[in-house]
Design a protein around this ligand. Structure first.
Ligand code: ACO
Length: 351
């Protein structure tokens, strides 16, 4: 029987480390100023979110989301010992695409030098849940024999689209730049626990306006009706969030999808080495761990160092702890995610 195996993994974060202390002094170009720009503090951010620092790309106008993805993809290709020309499908998850259209997968395809191979390119828009949605797609494609070398990417460049003022502080402090990549392909196996064992993906569109960015509002004419310099109207350039509703729904959905993953596969925490939740907020993850009774020593987080990198968080976190020597080849992971939409899901897979 054909099952889907994870052939390689890679991630990338930019070099610039922005601490909570520095964040308060950044202007809208994220250049440090002498005077305070945002009323916030290291104490508030750490207490409410667990975040200590995040990474930002240089603000010289040369970096796009696809560049972050390219670095992560190259590392995953090296890890899998696969040449880029073998890729027959790219699935790219991001909420910060290089441009409105075309999708970022084709831009990455060109940067990988495989634009003439004709490989299929998908962009998916499930925000913080993109990894599980993409894994479900990849698993279905591989099992049916549709594609044999799938590059799954989650990448985000958030630092250029945040409101670096007290008005935007609830959202601005949360996000960082980064990318994660996985290569997936078929393996012949009769063991139902091999490779990608389980995926579930869900959505509830009634939560759409609890976390959104309304910049391209196609109902309006013109659909871009923002003066970027006008503080009255430029709110629409930045993500808007009802933090409390996101928090409550995230905990509920991540607990339920984690419990369902175990129930539907007949697995227990004895069968699973690591729990890798989406990295939105350390307090969300601590609550999920408490309510779902997950052994705390099995939980992997990276939000402290990278902030919320949205579609990238799960592969980035796995790769981070693999490089630290914690995660080993053959380990089984349960991942649970929640994001804007609302969207959520869970997956069990062997790395
Ligand atoms: N620094 C200092 N003060 C702040 C900041 C900040 N960065 N942000 C908000 N505040 C203030 C508020 O203005 C408010 O002040 P007030 O009492 O004078 O009105 C006070 O802090 C408390 O604000 P609340 O919104 O009640 O704070 P809360 O405890 O809900 O924490 C937070 C806010 C951290 C955003 C929380 O709601 C949360 O974690 N929500 C989950 C959202 C999330 O994780 N989103 C990630 C993206 S979505 C995803 O990845 C799934």
């Amino acid at each position: 029987m054909i099952r889907t195996k994870i052939l390689g993994l890679g991630s990338y974060v930019p070099d610039r480390v922005v601490t909570n202390e520095e964040l308060a002094y950044l202007d809208d170009q994220h250049v440090r100023q002498e005077t305070l720009q945002t009323e916030t503090s290291d104490e508030w951010i750490q207490k409410r979110t667990g975040i200590r620092e995040r990474r930002y790309v240089p603000n010289d106008g040369t970096w796009s989301t696809s560049d972050l993805a390219l670095h992560a993809a190259k590392r995953a290709l090296t890890d899998a010992n696969i040449d880029a020309s073998e890729i027959d499908c790219i699935i790219f998850g991001t909420l910060s695409p290089d441009m409105h259209f075309p999708g970022t997968a084709v831009i990455l395809q060109k940067k990988l030098g495989i634009d003439k191979t004709g490989c299929a390119c998908f962009d998916i828009r499930q925000q913080c849940s993109s990894f599980v949605y993409a894994l479900q797609m990849a698993d279905a494609f591989v099992r049916t024999g549709m594609y044999k070398r799938i590059l799954l990417i989650g990448a985000e460049l958030h630092s250029h689209s945040l409101d670096y003022t007290t008005r935007g502080r609830d959202v601005m402090v949360l996000f960082g730049d980064g990318a994660g990549a996985m290569l997936l392909g078929p393996v012949e196996s009769e063991d139902p626990r091999d490779g990608v064992m389980y995926t579930s993906a869900h959505a509830d569109g009634s939560g759409a306006m609890d976390l959104y960015l309304g910049l391209f509002d196609i109902a309006h004419r013109p659909y871009l009706f923002i003066d970027p310099k006008d503080r009255e109207t430029n709110r629409g350039m930045y993500p808007q969030m009802d933090g409390k509703r996101v928090f409550l729904n995230a905990v509920r959905a991540m607990v339920m999808s984690t419990q369902a993953a175990l129930a539907n596969t007949g697995m227990s925490w004895d069968d699973i080495q690591w729990f890798v939740p989406h990295q939105a907020n350390l307090r969300i993850n601590e609550k999920v761990v408490e309510v779902a009774k997950i052994p705390p020593e099995k939980v992997l987080n990276t939000i402290q160092f990278y902030g919320n990198t949205t579609a990238a968080t799960v592969p980035l976190t796995i790769d981070h702890w693999r490089r630290e020597g914690k995660v080993k080849k053959g380990d089984r992971i349960l991942s649970s995610v929640f994001g804007s939409g609302f969207t959520w899901g869970a997956a069990i897979f062997t790395i």
